[in-house]
Design a binder for this molecule. Structure first.
Ligand code: ARG
Length: 569
């Protein structure tokens, strides 16, 4: 709750629940009219009165020493008793984690499909976005009281394995592959070579189909080669996940569902939902204005959508998922609409149980990528370059810093991650290392640097940043809350739980990311205008508790987004 006192007083007077009141409250940037405002437009409909009348009536009914309420047109404006507000906020946020972890989920089990790269192909930018956005959503949902489970739905099945086996047997060089520092590069080279050669020798396609048939039939050599590709790719992906700080509760590839698809197809058939169309089997979705969902190809093989149906059933029935999220690029929107619609046709209780969480495309330094043509920027190379550049900046800024390697790793990677997450996820991103590494811009390094500054102040004052015991309020001079810089900062800290809940509800990490930028900017303004370690003991205690709350918000927020909060930078 960003303002528990106001909400407590307003709740009995309004026909909407507390969390909706919380979301309605506005914090005008210019304090002249008041510190907080309640716009009454939305209330007019339910309360069947004009917004202005509602505002006037509320103003007359509210009477509390902690604030003054005044109606100005359709707005109810509040002037807060700033010292009282500060005391309440600082003591509450220091005393318990309840303030920082608003329960919005009620323990609901949410299964999050994220990352899901394809075996024997490079880890693409789309997979990077899915990994980082998915990881932030996973952490944010857990923090807000959801029972989260994340799954890496590896693309480990499909006709491309026929092609890869052909290419590997014809042109693969096992020694060179064993010596490679990034096996997915070797796989990509083979994949590209296959497509080049197949243009001149179309019979290769038939050979590839034959190998995939063998794999489906359990042929020993095909299976061994397939397993090897999975093992080697996972080793490579694992290095990336480690660097990004990403873990999975389950790694279950598409092949895991091979023996579970027939049951789905049978039950669709039993329900009379399956129809023949040019030799293939489909579920018609005309009534939803969608093309039919193809489930069994004319040669009898299943496809991506069939596997996703079996996967959804497994996640709901075996993993007890109440809500299934799919963090996958926007280009797959139709696929998911079709799959979700087919599920609903099978059983109406699927309604509202699945959500596609799409994201836009990412261009790296103005380059678009295509796996087929081998035009790929390897994520590992991007991370390495980011770390190198971060290291140069750190050398220049703080030559005596301990453990520069580790710090550069955290800053370089944090820059890439934050450079992605600060954008509304559905937008396309044009990514440039120079921008995301700018220590003075709206970047990960800027936030990490600000956090390190809060830590250094607390260190100097002898206060631990995660010191749990709340100090005695009697020793604090809360009157300083009237200082404009302190006040701006206080108001922002108070908004942390609301922003976190909004990020969770919308599955939108950028809400939290942009909030942290605002908070860091307010903190830096405070830091430049107000000397913290100055004045009476009671004044310093107050200012330090404000620094500590800022540090807590930054550290928690950074961690939720998958960045490391560094004590020194
Ligand atoms: N491996 C797929 C791809 O790269 C993404 C899988 C997404 N998850 C799913 N359940 N379909 O396009």
């Amino acid at each position: 709750m960003s303002n528990p006192l106001l909400i407590e007083c307003l709740a009995p007077l309004l026909p909407i629940p507390e969390n909706e009141i919380d979301a309605l409250l506005e914090y005008p940037p210019n304090d002249e009219l008041g510190d907080v405002a309640l716009p009454c437009f939305v209330l007019a409909k339910t309360m069947k009165q004009s917004p202005a009348l509602i505002a006037r009536q509320l103003a007359a009914q509210l009477d509390h020493p902690g604030f003054r309420a005044e109606a100005v047109g359709p707005y109810l404006n509040f002037k807060l008793n700033r010292p009282a507000f500060a005391e309440d906020l600082l003591l509450r946020s220091a005393a318990s984690d309840d303030f920082w972890r608003p329960n919005a989920g009620g323990g609901k089990r949410v299964i999050i499909d994220m990352s899901s790269p394809n075996i024997a192909k490079p880890f693409g930018i789309g997979h990077l976005r899915s990994t980082m956005i998915g990881n932030a959503i996973y952490r944010i949902l857990r923090e807000t009281g959801h029972d989260t489970v994340n799954v890496n739905h590896l693309g480990d099945w499909g006709t491309q394995f026929g092609k890869m086996i052909v290419a590997y047997l014809k042109w693969g060089n096992p020694e060179a592959m064993a010596a490679s520092d990034n096996i997915t590069k070797e796989y990509l080279a083979l994949y590209v070579k296959f497509h080049e050669e197949a243009e001149r020798h179309p019979e290769l396609e038939a050979e590839a189909r034959e190998w995939f048939r063998k794999l489906e039939g359990g042929d020993a050599q095909a299976t061994e080669l397939w397993r090897e590709m999975i093992g080697e790719s996972l080793k490579q992906f694992g290095k990336l996940y480690d660097r990004l700080g990403v873990t999975f509760d389950h790694v279950l590839g598409e092949s895991f569902y091979n023996d579970k698809m027939e049951a789905v197809v049978e039950s669709l058939r039993g329900q009379g939902l399956l129809e023949e169309s040019d030799g293939a089997m489909v579920v018609r979705l005309d009534e939803s204005g969608m093309p039919p969902c193809l489930l069994v190809k004319s040669d009898g093989t299943s496809i991506y959508a069939t596997r996703d149906l079996a996967t959804a059933l497994y996640r709901r029935n075996q993993m007890n998922g109440e809500l299934l999220l799919y963090v996958v690029g926007g280009e797959q929107a139709l696929h998911f609409q079709q799959v979700f619609r087919v599920l609903e046709k099978m059983d109406a209780s699927w309604q509202d149980r699945c959500r596609h969480i799409p994201f836009g495309l990412m261009m790296m330094e103005g380059q678009k990528m295509s796996t087929r043509r081998g035009k790929v920027l390897f994520l590992e190379d991007v991370l390495n370059e980011a770390v190198q550049q971060a290291k140069r900046v750190i050398e220049a800024k703080n030559p005596t810093l301990a453990d520069k390697e580790a710090v550069a790793e955290a800053v370089g990677i944090g820059a890439v991650v934050f450079g992605d997450l600060k954008n509304t996820r559905t937008l396309d991103v044009d990514f440039s290392l120079k921008d995301v590494l700018n220590f003075d811009g709206e970047t990960g390094p800027y936030l990490q640097y600000t956090y390190a500054r809060t830590s250094s102040i607390l260190r100097k004052a002898g206060v631990a940043s995660d010191d749990a015991d709340a100090s005695d309020a009697a020793d604090f001079d809360f009157a300083l809350a009237d200082n404009e810089y302190a006040w701006s900062l206080l108001k922002l800290i108070a908004r942390y739980p609301l922003r976190l809940r909004q990020a969770a509800e919308r599955c939108e990490p950028s809400v939290l990311a942009r909030y942290l930028l605002e908070l860091a900017q307010a903190f830096n303004r405070f830091y430049h205008h107000v000397k913290v370690l100055d004045g009476s003991a009671a004044e310093q205690s107050f200012k330090l508790s404000l620094v500590r709350a800022s540090a807590d918000a930054l550290r928690k927020g950074l961690t939720l987004l998958g960045l490391r909060a560094l004590e020194e930078l």
